[in-house]
Structures are given as C-alpha cells and as structure tokens.
Design a protein around this ligand. Structure first.
Ligand code: SIN
Length: 293
C-alpha cells in the first residue's frame, strides 16, 4: 500500500477547529480532519496544547512532501540533524533533518535504518546531552501486517512505581547508552562494548519534571547498557529490571497500526516507543524529524 492508495478516495472537508479523540489507552489521541500543510496559528496552538495533554498525536490521511514534513515540524522548534545510521548514511538527500526508517534495499544499499526486526523500547537520541523534545514519524509505505509502533507513558510509569522505588529513583541518575540503536545495531563510528560503565552515553536524572507541563515522569531512555550512576553493576541491573517492568506494563502503552499517510508526533521527553518486527519481504518506509529540546 502507498499513500496514493489510501488517498484515492479523499475524505470530506477539513475542520476549522480541532477535534481530538483520546485513544482508549493510557496515552495518545487522534486529531481528526486536519491538513498539516495548511493549519493557521490558532489551530496550531490547539495542536500544541493537545500534544502536551496527550503526549502522542496521530494525524491520518496526510499528503506531506519532505518539505511539508520539515515545515510542520519546525513550528514546534528548530530541528536536529538525523542521527548517524548503522550503515553510515543518515538522511534524505538534500534534507539532513529527515531520518529514514526503512528495511528497503536499493542497488544493494539500505535506504534507511532499523531493518525489519523489533526496535526495543527507547527514547530517541537520549544518549546525547540534549535529546530532541519531539519526534514526528510519517508513514510513506507500510506492510499489511506487523511493524506496529507502541508508546508508553513515562508520567504513568512514575505514577505506577511502588513507593520504595520512587524514593530511590529520585536520588539517581541513569546512563543512556550510545553504543546500540533500538534495532540492536552498533552506531557508526562506535566501538561496541557491553560494559555500560565504559560505553559512550550520557547521564540523565532518572526522574524529571517536564518543563512545559510541570508533571513528574521517569526518564529511562533504553534498557541495554543502562547503568545507575555509582552503583555496582549487579545492584544497578536488579533495580533497573524492577523499574523497567513497572514502567512498560501493558496498561501504560498504546499500540498504533500504521496506514500510509499517518503522521505520529510524540513528546520524546515523557514517552518511550518501540516497534514490532515485520516480514522482511515487505516494504516499510518512514521519514522522521527530531525537534530540538
Ligand atoms: C523509531 O524508533 O523512531 C522508529 C519507530 C518505527 O519504526 O515505527
């Protein structure tokens, strides 16, 4: 399926005010009947508010060029450059802000990152000192089955944490690993190590206060090669395992099944995401922007 297939039967007129329908899950909402190429400042203010309220927004049936995706993303703030992919390529030619997530191989070269396997729970680029505050992922081609993306609320994760873990978590910083991406691939230019103390990465507080909503949330980043600063590895791993189990419970997550033309925008500060594997023989092409914090 391509964007063109889905849009062959266009829907009716677009709304002039925003209709936001929360998902039945703990996080996320769908915004109905909006064309992201042409929203005015008043509607954009509503989109921004809805994004802060729901952490993840889904916009169906979009027809975005790469320039449109960049223009919409820039309304939230300046853009980061795409992270370096495992194969050393990192962006759409002429658009260094657009990271390609794809399993497609052209002329023997992968056009994007992450292949067709599972991408484990993570926060985009949290191995950096200033990770993006938001990511926008736009579906160009998707398989008929598989490749769903799930989101997990880190506000809910904080709320769900047992009291003893909360007290402990408030005192800790966690190292977010920069060795592996969420597909398990080693990042370009990195010598792999599975000792989190030696691995490249950045320490962030395990519990943060969201700068715009003032709500407290966990900030876990990714599990592989994580390390709680100053703790012996065994103790760090045991504590992290307990925290991760509570933080990624099904009750805190929403799973999105993609259609071409879907744009999903998430608050990278207070949600994590993961992706299901899909049939490597099918094509999945997604373009992603990252908005600076
Ligand atoms: C990502 O981690 O940004 C990619 C998620 C996906 O492929 O659905």
């Amino acid at each position: 399926m391509t964007v063109r297939d889905v849009l062959a039967d266009p829907t009716g007129p677009r709304r002039s005010t925003l209709a936001v329908v929360p998902t039945p899950a703990a996080v996320g909402a769908e915004v109905l009947d909006v064309d992201l190429r042409s929203i005015d400042d008043a509607i954009f203010a509503e989109v921004y508010r809805a994004w802060l309220d729901h952490s993840v927004l889904l916009f169906r049936d979009q027809q975005l060029s790469d320039a449109d995706l960049i223009a919409f993303s820039r309304r939230f703030g300046a853009l980061d450059l795409a992270p370096i992919q495992e194969n050393g390529r990192r962006f759409v030619e002429g658009h260094p802000e657009i990271y390609v997530v794809s399993n497609v191989i052209e002329n023997g070269v992968a056009i994007g990152s992450l292949g067709a396997g599972e991408a484990v729970w993570h926060t985009d680029m949290s191995y950096l000192p200033d990770p993006p505050k938001a990511s926008a992922l736009y579906a160009l081609e998707v398989p008929r089955a598989g490749g769903d993306t799930s989101f997990c609320t880190m506000y809910g994760a904080w709320d769900a944490l047992p009291d003893d873990l909360r007290a402990r978590a408030l005192t800790l910083r966690v190292k977010h690993d920069g060795t592996y991406n969420s597909g398990g691939y080693v990042r370009a230019g990195v010598t792999p190590t599975d000792d989190p103390r030696a691995a490249p990465g950045t320490f962030h507080p395990l519990v943060c206060v969201h700068p715009e909503t003032s709500r407290r949330h966990l900030y876990l980043g990714r599990r592989r090669n994580a390390w709680l600063e100053g703790l012996p590895l065994d103790e760090s791993n045991a504590l992290l395992d307990r925290i991760w189990e509570a933080a990624t419970a099904d009750a805190l997550t929403w799973r999105h099944q993609w259609r071409p033309g879907d744009l999903v925008l998430w608050d990278n500060r207070c949600v994590m995401h993961r992706r299901d594997a899909f049939n490597p023989g099918s094509r999945r092409i997604m373009h992603r922007t990252q908005i600076k914090g």
